[in-house]
Design a protein around this ligand. Structure first.
Ligand SMILES: [Zn+2]
Length: 425
């Protein structure tokens, strides 16, 4: 089976080049990549006016399976990913039961094989039951296919446990992904501490709750030599800390999500629980700091933290609704609208943060555009305008604060191993 993709603007995230090239795909791999290829193939895609890039890699997704499948399951999560141009994703362990054993890692992997073709890489819990007490068997989890360790959803309060896990992970060569928010400063609180929390007469989650733990985990990375990856950075000062630590040569990487460079805490005033997320939406100053961090490379990755909840759950009052928002089907469009069309960042730099960088952090054989690699590709029209309508989502969930937003940039084809798994109608 030969697939030819013609006339596209091919983005090479490693070399920063954007070239007019055709791609020939044979046996699931890229076999030719040249200026003009003869139109001989079983199937031809005319990508005129479109961008062709490595398939997007989303390293922070909640698929809610096993146990919470009324919110999402692995199959609907894969379908949502495909619609969003995501060809590989890593899913968090805070399911029910927790993914803290080799059996559950295998369950996630096997279930994903029944999906539409999106590659699913399980992340295993770093503590048993995410309780933050006893470490999991990192070696067995890695052997079963876990690509990283994380108690995401929870902060790891116990510094001794975190240090112990970092030492184990470092020996195994896998990263530890850290959800940084000091529990004593945020427990039971729904929004950022600031003008909005004051207006609503609520106790807030202060920025310092995140920054203290970012600092702690960076220092633990320095001391142990382990690779610490900070999840969903949301404050300007977290970016500053990570920038300084990187300059010292510490093995630290980090991600942010579209909501943190697009929205502020004010969103809570109009959208209530729909804008509730952990860490919370912050201030305009923080949004600026996040964008600066993305531009100068301090922030390595744009992930979604896709966190599905049911309509009933998100209809609850702000203080009683669960935290989180979905993102798989909107992430590329929001990112292009916010960073590319505003001329804040160039395409290769954006695409690198959504492909090569997350892939390298998790040691996946993905995120590259060269001969012989898996033909996992995303083809999108960077200029097509559309309005986000959650009713069109393949996800089971609808909890996005971006409903009704006009965006620019639309996924046209998602290809995994040379097979078209999604095509825009
Ligand atoms: Zn988290």
């Amino acid at each position: 089976m030969k697939l030819l993709i013609q006339n596209g603007r091919v983005v090479h995230p490693v070399t920063n080049a954007v070239l007019l090239q055709d791609l020939l795909i044979e046996d699931g791999k890229i076999s030719l990549l040249e200026r003009k290829l003869p139109p001989e193939a079983d199937q031809i895609i005319d990508a005129s006016g479109m961008v062709v890039c490595p398939g997007l890699v989303d390293m922070h997704v909640h698929l809610r399976d096993p146990g919470l499948t009324y919110k999402e399951d692995i199959l609907t999560g894969c379908a949502a990913a495909a619609r969003g141009g995501v060809t590989s994703m890593a899913c968090m362990a805070n399911t029910d039961p927790t993914v803290d054993s080799p059996e559950l890692v295998s369950y996630v992997k096997n279930r994903a094989l029944e999906g539409c073709g999106v590659q699913v890489y399980p992340i295993a819990a770093l503590s048993k039951g995410l309780r933050g007490e006893e470490p999991t068997d990192a070696e067995a989890l890695k052997k079963a296919g876990a690509v990283a360790l994380s108690d995401d959803g929870n902060n790891v309060d116990n510094a001794n446990l975190m240090r112990d896990v970092l030492i184990r992970a470092s020996r195994l060569g896998i990263p530890v992904l850290c959800h940084c928010e000091d529990t004593t400063m945020v427990a039971g609180r729904a929004v950022n501490e600031g003008s909005v929390s004051r207006q609503l007469w609520l106790e807030g989650r202060p920025a310092i709750a995140e920054e203290l733990v970012v600092m702690r985990d960076a220092m633990l990375a320095e001391e142990t030599g382990a690779h610490v990856h900070i999840c969903h950075v949301s404050t300007a000062k977290s970016v500053e800390i990570i920038r300084r630590m990187k300059k010292k040569g510490i093995a630290i990487t980090c991600e942010t999500c579209p909501q943190y460079f697009t929205l502020t805490e004010d969103e809570v005033l109009t959208q209530g629980a729909m804008a509730r997320v952990n860490p919370p939406l912050r201030t305009a100053q923080d949004v600026k700091g996040i964008i600066a961090g993305l531009k100068d490379g301090t922030i390595d990755v744009i992930a979604t933290d896709h966190a599905p909840h049911s309509a009933e759950e998100k209809a609850r009052p702000l203080t009683r609704a669960p935290s989180g928002m979905i993102g798989l089907e909107t992430s590329l469009a929001i990112t292009l609208t916010q960073l590319y069309h505003t001329k804040k960042m160039e395409l290769p730099a954006i695409i690198r943060r959504m492909t090569t960088n997350p892939s390298d952090i998790l040691h996946l054989p993905k995120g590259r555009m060269s001969l012989g690699v898996d033909a996992d590709l995303t083809i999108f029209d960077p200029d097509e305008e559309w309005v986000i309508d959650p009713e069109q989502f393949a996800s089971k969930a609808r909890n996005t604060p971006f409903a009704g937003h006009k965006v620019k940039g639309r996924v046209k084809y998602t290809i995994v191993g040379g097979r078209i798994i999604y095509q825009d109608a």
